[in-house]
Design a protein. Structure first.
Length: 263
């Protein structure tokens, strides 16, 4: 038996990899390595997340993290925002202990240097992502449609265990469509408001359209808080969905499909 395979005794996996078409007229064809067959099978699997989407996602994560962190270094110098009514403050952004605990205090110049550098990377990555989404047609799967608000409510009720059946799902459910599209709009808003407070004299017309320097800074701050809230919910949802969902953003394929291909 070994001579039929050129002196190599096949493993069980290799033997099973020989298709019916490999045996014609009782003559066995040359064995193909299982690794080669597996690679071909994987190449034929439908891609859940294209490479460009995965690239933009994983590049944006550290960039946005740096933007938020450096933004807090800048905000420390004039931390005026709070939640409250009149003279009554329910919560101040942020308590002194928070700055000391996170070592965000007394680092204004460092924060400005990092923030004004990384913002260009954030802008380029965002522009490339949007361009790819529009050109490739991915926007059809990403942007909300007229049924999204109703279906998104159903998804939320399902997640809260207040609804038994999940509405029909595509690549992204309705809640994800609204959330991801909102993040794109927030990214554009961050760039616009950020530029207005970065160069308030040079783009005075833009700063004026946003309500002036103070209002533009206020808008920029709350967009940042929106990112933080999105991060928290997004990470919780990824953890809830499980490892397979996370892995698909790394490999591009659903794990069940990879398992079917022998991975």
């Amino acid at each position: 038996m070994a001579s039929l395979f050129g002196g190599h005794t096949p493993t069980v996996g290799e033997s099973e990899a020989i298709s019916k078409n490999d045996c014609i007229g009782n003559k066995m064809a040359v064995l193909r390595p299982w690794s080669s067959i597996r690679k071909e099978l994987i190449m034929t699997l439908p891609t859940k997340h294209p490479l460009a989407i995965r690239w933009a996602h994983w590049v944006n994560f550290p960039i946005l993290t740096l933007m938020i962190w450096s933004g807090l270094l800048i905000y420390w110098a004039n931390d005026v925002y709070r939640v409250g009514v009149g003279s009554v403050t329910a919560f101040h952004f942020f308590p002194d202990w928070f700055y000391k605990l996170t070592t965000l205090n007394n680092r204004l110049s460092e924060g400005m240097a990092i923030h004004f550098l990384v913002m260009w990377l954030f802008a380029v990555n965002g522009i490339l992502y949007v361009a790819y989404t529009l050109i490739s047609g991915e926007w059809r799967l990403l942007f909300p449609d007229r049924n999204s608000p109703k279906d998104a409510l159903a998804v939320v009720l399902y997640d809260l265990k207040l609804r038994k059946e999940l509405p029909p799902q595509e690549k992204y459910n309705a809640a994800q469509r609204i959330a991801y599209t909102s993040i794109l709009l927030m990214g554009a808003g961050s760039l616009i408001t950020g530029f207005a407070i970065y160069k308030p004299t040079q783009v005075a017309w833009l700063t004026g359209l946003l309500g002036g320097y103070d209002m533009a800074r206020w808008e920029h701050f709350w967009l940042t808080m929106g990112y933080v809230a999105f991060f928290a919910v997004h990470i919780a949802q990824v953890a809830k969905a499980g490892w397979n969902n996370f892995q698909s953003m790394v490999t591009g394929f659903d794990q069940p499909a990879r398992e079917a291909a022998g991975e």
